[in-house]
Design a protein around this ligand. Sequence first.
Ligand SMILES: CCCCCCCCCCCCCCCCCC(=O)SCCNC(=O)CCNC(=O)[C@H](O)C(C)(C)COP(=O)(O)OP(=O)(O)OC[C@H]1O[C@@H](n2cnc3c(N)ncnc32)[C@H](O)[C@@H]1OP(=O)(O)O
Ligand SMILES: NC(=O)C1=CN([C@@H]2O[C@H](COP(=O)(O)OP(=O)(O)OC[C@H]3O[C@@H](n4cnc5c(N)ncnc54)[C@H](OP(=O)(O)O)[C@@H]3O)[C@@H](O)[C@H]2O)C=CC1
Length: 500
Amino acid sequence: MASIADYYAGKNVLITGATGFMGKVLVEKLLRSCPEVRTLYLLVRPKAGQSMQERVSDMMKCKLFDRVREDNPDFHQKIVPISSELTQPALAISPEDVERLTSCVNIIFHCAATIRFDEPLKHALQLNVIATQQLLSLAQQMHHLQAFIHISTAYANCNRRHIDEIIYPPPVEPKNLLSAPELRRPNTYTYTKALAECVVQRESSKLSIGIIRPSIVGASWQEPFPGWIDNFNGPSGVFIAAGKGILRTMRANNDAVADLIPVDVVINLTLAAGWYTAVHRPKAALVYNCTTGGINPFHWGEIEHHVMSSFKRNPLEQAFRRPNANITSNYLMNQYWVLVSHKFPALIYDLYLRLSGQKPQMMRIFNRLHKAIGLLEYFSSQDWEWNSENMNMLMSQLSPEDRKTFNFDVRQLNWPEYIENYCIGTKKYVLNEDMSDIPAARQHLRKLRNIRYTFNTLLLVFIWRVFIARSQMARNIWYFVVSLCFKFLSYFRASSTLTN
Ligand SMILES: CCCCCCCCCCCCCCCCCC(=O)SCCNC(=O)CCNC(=O)[C@H](O)C(C)(C)COP(=O)(O)OP(=O)(O)OC[C@H]1O[C@@H](n2cnc3c(N)ncnc32)[C@H](O)[C@@H]1OP(=O)(O)O
Ligand SMILES: NC(=O)C1=CN([C@@H]2O[C@H](COP(=O)(O)OP(=O)(O)OC[C@H]3O[C@@H](n4cnc5c(N)ncnc54)[C@H](OP(=O)(O)O)[C@@H]3O)[C@@H](O)[C@H]2O)C=CC1
């Protein structure tokens, strides 16, 4: 049987969401590991005053593509951006482009979606469900299409504890979408992704379909280099907020499995699933749960420990406080720490900013942080079991060479090392901080520690002045404690003189 790279040789590939986190890694890996691929058609929209061509050429300049650039400086010739706004009728693709795509595309990877948890339902439906339906209609017009790979999420069915690699009945009949009385999901994102799976499955008699369900996608493990990440989504924003000393407490279950999956693992599995779907043409859509929890589990408590120690070794610049975040599943305990270690320091800092003639900002930052972590807590407070038989089946189908080139065997993942690279990745690639500034960042943390010691000493003196100096009973207790200390000291001194 042809290897994965042999299969993609000469193929025309259509990708949606190529400017996003996972889409970029998919484009990079295809170009690097399948160098004979013919053309990558990327459905892109203009955004923030940039044309789609400008956006794609900016994307190709990014560090992620360094290895591809080294191997083939002309790799951009394989990329053809196609203007498309997925929320518009017929995806707003021009008739000429439709003609071009229908005559040559061999495989589709549908990555585009809104992944915001607070997206208004109407917009989430428009993009995650209706655009998927429209892309499937376009796919059916394609004369040489061999596979349609849809990226879903492992949490599409998060209302269940055990999740098999099947499509479950939709939360509502997709035809009755807008009149749905309640979501039965924690957010519009997981709700619409569940609906999209049903929409995709309904076309499986006409198309060869694969559905990839990654869990929480994190920084790259190995490829193109360890720790690559470019956004604040999911745990990355939490890690950064903790590393900057802003986040001190969060509701999460120490013992729940943290089902993180490296982005390169997801992309390797996606490309392998594309190959398998095209070559074997399975009769029903195959679902691949792409998770780590059942294979190589790691827990939120362990994540907390490794993130904190990593940021102590490699501190972020200009931290607000020394990094020291703790997770707890206890609601009241969390509320207490929010008050003491988030709101109180924010108030004091904002007061300082006001007094020094600057605009207060810490309270605003904390309000946004609380909104963000409030939306994530559902996923960090419980765990799920995913069946991963199809992932194992796919692995068994790969040649030993492909198993190395398209590695998605997470049994080999060393979590402490991965988390260390992840934290360094947030520093280097999300915050664009220089590793050579680490000594200055450490110096800053020492300064913060000294400020804390000074603050604590002043607080102690204040308490002493207010309570001890004014009350006879407090004074008596104080003298008692001090005399007890002296007695202990003289006892130890006497016993050490005797033994000498
Ligand atoms: C050490 C402790 C260890 C603790 C362990 C516990 C960790 C728990 C982590 C649990 C993760 C669970 C994830 C579950 C994922 C489900 C999987 C998926 O399928 S789907 C994939 C998962 N999907 C998601 O993760 C989507 C979740 N995100 C959202 O839904 C929204 O971003 C929002 C509602 C949180 C904020 O909305 P809004 O207020 O309108 O703000 P905007 O969006 O407009 O952004 C404004 C600015 O803030 C930036 N920034 C953004 N987020 C964060 C952050 N967390 N932080 C900091 N910053 C953040 C952003 O870059 C932007 O910067 P700039 O451009 O202005 O410079
Ligand atoms: N990140 C994660 O943790 C997980 C992600 N997934 C799934 O993986 C896929 C990719 O996610 P990820 O890369 O993280 O998401 P991103 O938000 O980084 O990327 C989303 C992509 O979709 C494109 N897009 C959004 N709206 C439109 C539109 N109206 N028209 C055209 N393109 C649009 C974006 O383009 P633009 O740049 O123009 O905005 C971008 O390229 C999604 O299907 C998501 O559900 C699944 C599990 C976890």
